[in-house]
Write a protein that binds this ligand. Structure first.
Ligand code: NOJ
Length: 562
């Protein structure tokens, strides 16, 4: 048996995040209080009782800061304010107070790699001369070629096109994302100090933690002459070197920045917590998750893999070992605002592959026909698997309703810079950002009193929270019951695999946690015998003492093993 031992159970408040369920709110698409079609902070506050009833521990808000929305709010014009369309700082404080009353913690998204081009610092940089202190907060360089008309390097933007844009005086500035998202110069102490101020600003307002956007991008090798990437043009985690030698991504120097942040976090009681969004190879993740760094790092291997027993076993086992090495806990993510919703991913023909998904997001007509009932069934099995694992689960808004991707948005409605920057070749991420349905009927299905900034499908009401509440077979009730039970079942951070090798061959994952809490996931095509014991919860109907394909069951085992 392979075993992951547990440290002593954590009871101190500072450790709340180690086995938390965090719910991701994408504020513009969650709930709209004023009928303008855009979700807002008072909307979030009004729905916090729903989240408390769902049973999550914390809420993470994607950016709600002033922004021209060139990248859905990840282009921040002011890090220490609320976008007027979404509310005010007083609304934010009221939201935190209500969360506190309901026993929910609040986390916010921090976007340190780049600001918006509307940020006062960037406006000052544009108005200032080359070589000025204002330009030193960003990355301005002269171009190549006789008149500097060529970009300084071959670096590509993650959204397509070059990562450099020229300004009227002839210099170029760096943006690893959209041109409206200029990259900061993290070699500049002023930038470092300003982010400490921002972290304190939100921590002082009662925020418990931070999700750190593009955490692996801050420390760039900006020494002259800048290095071309040549063969290393791909930014995929698998393509990045594992020794920190890439000029842009995952450089070792980034951890010095986070050691500074840790000092800010640890000045609070309880210390503030952070989770890194770092698209890096698994072996590089531990450094972000270390106790003197951010504390935790997203594990996107789980999200990127098909629901296959061999793959899942390998990923889970490695993630638990990595987290333990870092002194952290692992994270488990099935969906977020950047990927095709997993109900739809699992609905793709055969086992989905990265290529399938890319094909689906492309607009060249090669779109596969999803089998939604299959996707739903797999997604329910995946949910119980995820929620049984030691560590923290991050649930993306609407996942608990079983929402599918809205893959057929009208082209005219698409807003994602991926769509715009790829000249309409890639659809982008709007399909997972369609505003939530709360009620079966009514204007924007209860999202707000008016419309919704992205159109909702006509059948959205069948997924509404109101439609599902009280229906024992529904997605929502599965999540509610799982989260209720999880609170009573989770004790320590240990996990013991039961018969992993033989099980995995049959498409089966079986593990036990302290207290004889057994989880069995049948990810194969044939029914398998259920271990003996009391079934606490199952993701789908059981047939006698058999666990049907694509089903997960939680049991209190009466005898060890199967
Ligand atoms: C990751 C965020 O999740 C994504 O939405 C955004 O486009 C990029 N970082 C750039 O900020």
């Amino acid at each position: 048996m392979l075993q992951h031992d547990s440290p002593a159970p954590s009871t101190h408040d500072a450790d709340w995040w180690r086995q938390a369920v965090v719910y991701q709110v994408y504020p513009r698409s969650f709930a709209d209080s004023d009928g303008d079609g855009i979700g807002d902070i008072p909307g979030v506050t009004s729905r916090l009782p729903y989240l408390a009833d769902l049973g999550v521990d914390a809420v993470w808000l994607s950016p709600f800061y002033p922004s021209q929305l060139a990248d859905g709010g990840y282009d921040v014009a002011d890090y220490r304010d609320v976008d007027p369309r979404l509310g005010t700082l007083e609304d934010f404080d009221a939201m935190v107070a209500e969360a506190d009353r309901l026993g929910l913690r609040v986390m916010v998204d921090i976007v340190p790699n780049h600001s918006s081009d509307q940020h006062v610092w960037f406006q000052q940089a544009l108005a200032a001369a080359p070589g000025s202190a204002a330009r030193e907060r960003y990355v301005f360089r002269d171009g190549r070629g006789p008149d500097g008309e060529l970009p300084p390097t071959d670096w590509p933007s993650s959204f397509g096109g070059p990562a450099w844009t020229r300004v009227p005086d002839g210099q170029w500035y760096l943006h690893l994302y959209a041109p409206q998202q200029p990259d900061f110069n993290w070699d500049n102490p002023e930038v470092r100090e300003d982010f400490h101020t921002t972290l304190r600003f939100w921590s002082d307002r009662g925020v418990a933690g931070f999700r750190v956007d593009v955490a692996h991008g801050l420390a760039k090798d900006l020494r002259a002459p800048l290095r071309d990437l040549g063969e290393q043009l791909s930014y995929q985690p698998g393509a990045l070197p594992l020794d920190g030698s890439h000029p842009l991504w995952d450089r070792d120097a980034v951890h010095e920045i986070y050691r500074g942040w840790r000092q800010v976090f640890d000045a609070y009681d309880p210390p503030r917590f952070a989770v890194a969004e770092a698209w890096v190879g698994a072996s590089r993740r531990t450094a972000y998750a270390s106790a003197d760094g951010l504390g935790q790092a997203f594990n996107f291997d789980f999200l990127g893999a098909p629901l296959d027993a061999t793959e899942m076993f390998t990923i889970i086992d490695a993630a638990l070992a990595d987290a333990r090495r870092a002194g952290a806990t692992s994270t488990w993510v099935l969906s977020n605002h950047d990927v095709v919703r997993h109900v739809s991913r699992y609905a793709l023909p055969g086992d989905f592959t990265k290529q399938d998904i890319e094909a689906w997001l492309l607009t060249d007509g090669r779109e596969p026909e999803p089998d939604l009932p299959k996707g739903m069934r797999k997604a329910r099995a995946a949910a119980l698997l995820m929620l049984a694992l030691p560590g923290s689960a991050y649930v993306y808004q609407g996942e608990e309703l079983g929402l599918p991707e809205v893959a057929d948005l009208d082209r005219a409605d698409l807003r994602d810079p991926m769509w715009i920057r790829s000249d309409g070749r890639v659809k982008g991420r709007d399909g997972c950002r369609v505003p939530l349905p709360w009620t079966a009927e009514g204007a924007s299905f209860g999202f707000g009193r008016g419309g919704s900034w992205l159109p909702q499908p006509a059948d959205w009401g069948r997924y509404a929270a109101e439609t599902q509440r009280g229906d024992k077979e529904s997605f929502l009730e599965l999540y509610r019951e799982a989260l209720r039970l999880r609170r009573t079942l989770v004790t320590d951070e240990g996990l013991e695999w039961v018969g992993p090798r033989e099980g995995v061959r049959q498409g089966l994952l079986h593990f036990a946690r302290t207290g004889d809490w057994h989880t069995v996931s049948n990810l194969g095509d044939e029914p398998v015998p259920l271990p003996r014991g009391e079934v606490l919860l199952a993701s789908g109907p059981l047939t006698g003492d058999k666990l049907p394909p694509w089903t997960t069951a939680w049991l209190r085992a009466t005898a060890p093993g199967r």
